[in-house]
Design a protein around this ligand. Structure first.
Ligand code: F58
Length: 755
């Protein structure tokens, strides 16, 4: 029973409160409700260390998880206030770049929900991922200072402080906590570390700042632009600061729970989320030996405690740091890393598995693999590629360490919260059980033959499309026809994700329409993406999309049939609005390159149909829904891997033999485009595609166009399409992060549930 009332937190009638007062009252109420529930506890606890937790807005999610959303909504309504006003007022903490950070956020939700004692451990950045705007059709970046309008109140300052020594620099941390509510369960915590000396005054209007003054800027920005030497160094400071705090916290807590440190693995499981927290390994060795444990034994303890998750096979994304960086930031760890490397060398001569290579670079993933007991990929195909190709030399040494944990998403945020219309429809048919046991969604399968149900699905999708259309017009002035097909690609901008392929399709369609082709139904192509500040080609792709969209959207001959919308400042909150309104989910990465993808899962859960390559988790989606309910195209991962191995791909050859492709590519530097955009940037992109096209868009162009046409034609059979939607929703249960976390627990952590 919820006895907490908003009114008790305001000191005056709700009708007289400002929005900020109401927001703060709701926030305080949430925190009390959480305290009343209590926190999951037990002998052994998992510490999920991550440089990113892309948590998104917190209020509604917390109210839903605590089961008091309707009460608060009703109380507000009685006072003439609308809860959506509070939801819109809330400022999103964007403490992550993309999938990796969002996964960590889904995981802490599931950990709490499943009753597992767990902390997320990371950094309390003052600014999240930059705020994106478009000026002159180019990406502009401003700092995203998120701790405003009551948002900072989510973070409770604690009296925990740790000393962190970086060379001559002694830093003193402060730990903050954010409650993580589970759905109908006890709570968990996100523990974020900060430095009191950080100076927000250093934040100007741009995202540049003096990276040398570590005490003043250590936690100012999430992953600052590291294209220069100082930026890279700052990143190492951040990583070490994060893990030194984590290691000290873990040891303190485990001793408090009764550990004698020799038995640390009975008290703690540490999940290393990509290589950013990898220094926790030598840091723990250092702390354990300081407390009297022999270094050899410390290696074993750490190996038993730590587990590593890999999120990419892209070589450039696998962190390696030159030795001199570590000598500057963590000189006291260098001898330990060196001895750990010597221990590896003594056993294995193979150069590719050493922690420190012949040039003195430290390979973080290598350290993780040697000194963790588990190494996992994030989708079946990805794990297979790690085993067979990228990390094959390690797999041969430690086959028992390798395992797969296909990613998942929390259904609380990604359907219950963001799509109450669909949630209601599902619940009407199959009851409430699916909300905690997602596999029950399969009970919807018989309804895929039920025309009344299918019509309901279409109607609810339509409602969402209308809502999004109204919202986007108000947000950025784009007029979108809700009757058009919503074809959506929202994710970080990266060449391997191939937004450029989608753009080439749109150009191709534009050229056809100019030639007199009149499609039966309009298509709106939505892009939402931020490009890393130093990633030139990614920014060029954004520029090309913006220039092209201005041509298409302003051409009265074309715009009734085709629109291109580049969403400004794409973030979690926007995804929550757009995914429920989407028809086609674009998952078109070059096969073998997308480790998993998690957007693909959110779309299917909301009844969008995937148009994708056989990459990442798309492979598992295809297997679950069957070939009638997904549109796949393109080279297979085996073919792609073979091409890379043989270095035999020549973009120009494809350009020469495919006229349709050539016309689309040439259009990038056509008169129209050069008038709408910047010659240098467009030419740069054109040259990159023709001269290199490293992620092989050209060979997949034809099959992409054909398959997309097939999908658009299938869309016209409304009942047939609704059936595909129903099957996708019904089969989405496997992709609940509750399932993923259960598997991590059963195979890696072995915690007891507190429920
Ligand atoms: C993503 N990685 C993978 N990295 O690309 C995606 O396939 C997978 O689904 C997801 O992890 C979760 O496993 C990812 O998002 C980053 O954002 C990097 C963080 C550090 C800076 C460079 C990007």
């Amino acid at each position: 029973m919820n006895t907490l009332k908003l009114r008790d937190y305001t000191g005056k009638a709700l009708s007289e409160c400002t929005i900020l007062e109401l927001y703060n009252a709701a926030l305080a109420l949430t925190q009390d409700a959480c305290r009343n529930r209590g926190y999951n506890s037990g002998k052994k606890k998992v510490y999920y260390i991550s440089a990113e937790f892309l948590i998104g807005k917190l209020l509604s999610n917390n109210l839903i998880n605590l089961g008091i959303y309707d009460d608060v909504k009703a109380e507000l309504a009685e006072a003439g206030k609308d809860i959506t006003e509070l939801e819109e007022f809330e400022y999103e903490p964007s403490l992550g770049n993309g999938g990796l950070g969002r996964l960590a956020a889904c995981f802490i939700d599931s950990l709490a929900t499943l009753g597992l004692p767990a902390d997320g451990v990371g950094l309390a950045y003052h600014c999240g991922l930059f705020k994106q705007s478009f000026e002159d059709r180019k990406q502009h970046m401003r700092p995203d200072y998120w701790r405003k309008w009551g948002m900072a109140n989510w973070m409770k300052r604690t009296d925990k402080h740790y000393k962190v020594q970086c060379g001559d620099l002694e830093l003193l941390s402060t730990m903050y906590e954010i409650d993580v509510t589970g759905y109908g369960s006890k709570c968990g915590r996100l523990r974020l570390f900060d430095l009191d000396t950080v100076n927000e005054g250093l934040i100007g209007s741009g995202i540049g700042f003096d990276k040398k003054e570590i005490e003043k800027n250590l936690t100012l920005f999430l992953y600052p632009d590291d294209s220069d030497e100082d930026g890279k160094l700052l990143r190492v400071y951040q990583e070490y600061f994060m893990v030194s705090n984590a290691a000290q916290l873990i040891l303190d807590e485990c001793v408090e729970r009764g550990s004698n440190l020799h038995d640390l693995a009975d008290y703690a499981a540490i999940q290393i989320n990509d290589t950013h927290p990898s220094l926790v390994i030598p840091e723990l060795v250092r702390l354990l030996t300081e407390k009297g444990i022999e270094e050899k034994e410390a290696y074993q303890i750490v190996t038993d405690v730590c587990a590593y998750t890999n999120h990419t096979i892209l070589a450039e994304a696998l962190e390696t740091w030159p030795k001199h960086f570590f000598k500057a930031v963590v000189p006291h760890l260098m001898p330990i890393i060196k001895r750990m490397n010597d221990a590896v060398k003594a056993k294995y001569e193979e150069p590719s598995v050493q922690i420190i290579d012949e040039y003195g670079n430290v390979h973080m993933a290598h350290m993780d693999i040697h000194y963790s007991h588990s190494v996992n990929g994030v989708a079946r195909l990805h794990t297979d590629i790690l085993k067979e190709t990228e990390l094959n030399n390690f797999y041969k040494l430690y086959p028992e360490k390798f395992n797969n944990k296909t990613n998942g998403i929390t259904f609380r945020r990604w359907v219950i919260e963001c799509n109450p219309e669909l949630t209601e429809l599902i619940t009407e048919k199959i009851g409430e059980g699916w909300k905690t046991d997602a596999r029950q969604l399969e009970q919807l399968i018989p309804y895929a033959e039920d025309e009344t149900f299918l019509q309901c699905i279409l109607n609810r999708k339509n409602t969402k499309k209308h809502k999004f259309s109204a919202w986007i017009e108000q947000y950025q002035g784009d007029k979108v026809d809700p009757e058009s097909v919503y074809d959506v690609q929202i994710k970080r901008l990266h060449e391997y994700k191939r937004q450029q392929l989608n753009l080439l399709w749109a150009i191709d369609r534009y050229l056809h329409i100019k030639d007199g082709y009149r499609p039966r139904r309009p298509v709106t192509v939505f892009f939402g993406a931020k490009a890393a500040p130093a990633y030139v080609i990614a920014k060029d792709i954004i520029h090309a999309i913006l220039a092209f969209s201005s041509i298409v959207n302003n051409d009265p001959e074309v715009s009734p049939y085709l629109k291109v919308v580049m969403l400004r400042n794409y973030n979690v909150s926007m995804a929550e609005k757009l995914i429920p309104a989407s028809d086609i989910s674009e998952q078109i990465s070059l096969a073998s390159k997308e480790a998993s993808g998690t957007g693909n899962m959110k779309f299917m859960l909301n009844g969008a149909v995937t148009l994708g390559t056989m990459d990442g988790a798309n492979v598992e989606i295809a297997e679950l829904v069957g070939e009638d309910n997904i549109f796949t195209f393109g080279q297979s991962s085996e073919e792609v891997i073979e091409h890379y191995k043989n270095a035999d791909y020549v973009a120009k050859n494809w350009y020469k033999k495919d006229k349709r492709l050539a016309a689309a590519v040439d259009f990038l530097v056509s008169e129209e485009m050069l008038e709408a955009g910047d010659r240098k940037l467009l030419k740069q992109l054109y040259d990159e595609l023709l001269g290199k096209d490293w992620f092989m868009t050209f060979p997949d162009f034809e099959s992409y166009c054909k398959t997309k046409d097939k999908a658009l034609a299938a869309y016209e059979d409304r009942m047939g399409w609704a059936k595909k939607m129903a099957v996708n929703i019904a089969k989405a249960g496997y992709f609940s992060s509750d399932r993923t976390i259960d598997q991590y627990n059963n195979d890696i952590w072995h915690l007891e549930k507190d429920c």
